[in-house]
Design a protein around this ligand. Structure first.
Ligand code: FAD
Length: 459
């Protein structure tokens, strides 16, 4: 049998069940990637992710060549392109990883129909993009967990498969043409400090992270300037690393740091299983319906100041500027910046989520939309009315102000703003303040809090 392996969010050769299954047939295999135009039309093709994706495809092709094969790249409508490749290769089956967004599901259903019409079977593999497949653990009486801790308990008890090695002896039908691999050049709007993509890069990062840094994760993961998290999120998003393998290897390396890290990876599965059960939560409030959000014209000026990192709250601005520069933001920064937009400025979480998705290299429908809802208090958060105070957060997670000075250079070296004082530049008066080109706070925190409490009916 000839089989097509359709790569989507699983751009790797290690621990890849669809490829393993395709090779079991003993025949030729077509490793296929389709640049789906529908993704562009849906506005999801952000330059940072396209650049990272280009690295991943080049690396995947290199890895496949080492195994005797190569990557076949096409662009257009995914269903049409897969059908075309099936016809050209006279393939009898297609293997792919399960996806959990509404988009992925609808696409998969269309593909199944088109393939079955030509007598070709579609095999959709679970557990390729998550460590534990959505729906494998459920509470009694529901199709998903809405609270993290009980989910985590059950998730931890699930057996993990031993990661699969890269397959050997790939044979790709010679006649099958590929488009040129996309490159980074020619893409505009890519963040200057964007990380490199690709499985090799991801595996090296995982190895070095587990051996040198994971042990300190529990104590340091919230330290904004220390930057002590794994930065594996984009690799997990594009599947250059398998979530199952990450958990497996971290579990083996042991220690409290690795355990705390595994717990975070579980958050990723948690959000995937919420989205799989409630795909509409990508755009609608998961729990409460909050119709009082500021949006459109009313929110425009605040939104631009927030996007540009000019809110006058240094830790928020530092985080937003890190996002623009790197296409990535520290988790604590994401929490503070999102809380500021939704709770202090009371702007609709969807506006913030959209901006994040336009820049984040790890931008992911489940993780982004559901984390935004968690912060906005419309999602799975058990404390929906908690407001993070950006000054207190700054003092706590950037105690000597190094993160702020790195990303908001106009506040570095200003007299009287040493150490944690940098989190409250408005306290400086006179010449020092006039000398630094930094905006006044967009809103006084008590005013933001009063509006929030009023809108939520808490007064
Ligand atoms: P580490 O701290 O090293 O964690 C390891 C891995 O665990 C991460 O790579 C990630 O896959 C997972 N993880 C960690 N925290 C979370 C979390 N809160 N929710 C789900 N998974 C988590 N993460 C994304 O991958 N894509 C997004 O689009 C995204 N948007 C977010 C938006 C907001 C408003 C917030 C508050 C968080 C968002 N996160 C998102 C979650 C988290 O901030 C990032 O996964 C993390 O900062 C990535 O850095 P890291 O790889 O160094 O994480």
């Amino acid at each position: 049998t000839v089989s097509v392996v359709l790569f989507t969010s699983d751009l790797r050769v290690h621990d890849h069940p669809p490829m393993r299954a395709a090779l079991e047939g003993g025949g030729e295999v077509v490793p296929l990637f389709v640049r789906d135009r529908a993704v562009d039309r849906a506005g999801f093709a952000a330059p940072n992710r396209l650049a990272f994706l280009a690295d991943c495809l080049v690396d995947l092709d290199r890895a496949l060549r080492r195994l005797g094969g190569r990557l076949v790249v096409r662009s257009g409508d995914l269903v049409e392109e897969v059908s075309r490749a099936v016809r050209q290769a006279e393939a009898e089956e297609v293997h792919m990883a399960a996806g959990y967004t509404a988009f992925a599901r609808a696409r998969e259903a269309r593909l199944r129909q088109a393939l079955e019409a030509r007598g070709c079977r579609l095999h959709v593999h679970e557990g390729v993009c998550t460590a534990v497949p959505p729906g494998d653990v459920t509470p009694q009486g529901s199709d998903h967990f809405a609270v993290f801790t009980p989910y985590f308990r059950r998730w931890q008890a699930e057996p993990l498969r031993t990661p699969l090695p890269a397959p050997q002896g790939l044979r790709v039908p010679a006649a099958l043409r590929s488009e040129e691999l996309p490159g980074r050049s020619g893409l505009s709007g890519v963040s200057p400090g964007l990380a490199r993509g690709g499985e090799q890069e991801g595996r090296e990062r995982l190895r070095s992270w587990l051996s040198h840094h994971a042990h300190a994760y529990e104590q340091r993961h919230d330290d904004l300037a220390g930057d002590a998290t794994s930065r594996l999120s984009a690799h997990l998003h594009f599947g250059t690393l398998s979530a199952g393998e990450v958990v497996f290897r971290a579990g083996r390396s042991g220690g409290a740091g690795a355990a705390a890290f595994v717990r975070q990876v579980c958050w990723r599965d948690f959000h995937q299983q919420v989205l799989a059960a409630r795909p509409e939560a990508a755009g609608q409030d998961y729990r409460s319906r909050d119709d009082r959000w500021r949006r459109g014209r009313e929110a425009e000026a605040d939104l631009s100041a927030w996007r540009e990192g000019r809110t006058g709250y240094p830790v928020v601005d530092a985080a937003m500027r890190q996002l623009a520069h790197e296409g990535w933001m520290h988790n604590r920064g994401r929490l503070v910046a999102a809380s500021f937009l939704t709770k202090t400025l009371y702007v609709d979480w969807r506006e913030g989520a959209r901006h994040f998705l336009s820049l984040l290299v790890d931008g992911d429908v489940a993780n982004n939309q559901l984390n935004w809802q968690w912060v906005a208090g419309t999602g799975t958060d058990t404390r929906p009315n908690r407001v993070l105070n950006p000054v207190l957060q700054g003092r706590r997670y950037d105690p000597d102000g190094a993160y702020v000075r790195r990303w908001v250079p106009e506040l570095a070296g200003v007299g009287g703003l040493d150490g944690a004082a940098v989190h409250e530049p408005w306290r400086r008066s006179g010449l020092d303040r006039a000398a630094c080109d930094y905006p006044d706070p967009l809103i006084a925190l008590p005013d933001g809090l009063a509006r929030f409490r009023h809108a939520r009916g808490l007064v």
